[in-house]
Write a new protein. Structure first.
Length: 197
């Protein structure tokens, strides 16, 4: 019988980088020295670590997730890549982030937008921590499963279309700005603070 070994975080990251190259997103992000970036639902730090490398010495990345194992794995990765202190992992128990009001310049939210009360709570918390003129980048699975690069992608009925994502996020008080067609399997939508009172 053939034995299967579990993949390491580094192997998983290399695999993900084949179907979701982080450079494709980073080249579009409005990154500037000294900024505060929050990666909500950070997982292994696929986006947080490269952003931390770019902002090292001038800015800070907060990596927020509810998965304790993921946060511990990220801490180990940060030590290996000498990013401890520049990328700060934060494990949260609820939809409350341990960040001050108006403290974040740019936030990303990956594969975490769903319809319902939880989405509203997450969006309200992002609005609380985002500075005026801050931006939110939402990355979510497309509903076309023929483009799925991995077997563990969420079921189609658990995904929101780009239009549904836009509705959920704008209902929380954000203003839609643009979409980036950079990944075959994911929608990428950009939002700013709404000017509506």
């Amino acid at each position: 019988m053939e034995e299967h070994s579990e993949s390491t975080p580094a192997q998983e990251e290399r695999s993900r980088d084949r179907w979701q190259p982080v450079e494709d997103l980073i080249e579009r992000l409005p990154l500037v020295h000294g900024m505060i970036f929050a990666d909500i639902g950070t997982g292994s730090g696929h986006f947080a670590v490269p952003v931390g490398q770019l902002l090292r010495g001038t800015g800070t990345v907060f990596s927020v997730d509810c998965d304790g194992d993921g946060v511990e794995g990220l801490k180990n990765r940060l030590e290996t890549e000498d990013l401890t202190g520049w990328v700060i992992p934060m494990r949260v128990e609820s939809n409350t982030f341990p960040l001050p009001d108006n403290s974040v310049d740019l936030a990303s939210l990956g594969d975490e937008v769903h319809a319902g009360a939880d989405a509203a709570a997450v969006m309200a918390e992002i609005r609380r921590v985002l500075r005026p003129n801050g931006r939110l980048v939402v990355i979510g699975w497309k509903q076309d499963e023929s483009q799925d690069p991995i077997a563990v992608a969420p079921p189609v009925d658990a995904r929101l279309s780009a239009e549904q994502t836009r509705e959920v996020v704008t209902a929380a008080g954000f203003a839609y700005q643009e979409s980036w067609d950079i990944y075959p399997s994911h929608n990428v939508l950009v939002f700013g603070e709404s000017t509506a009172e």
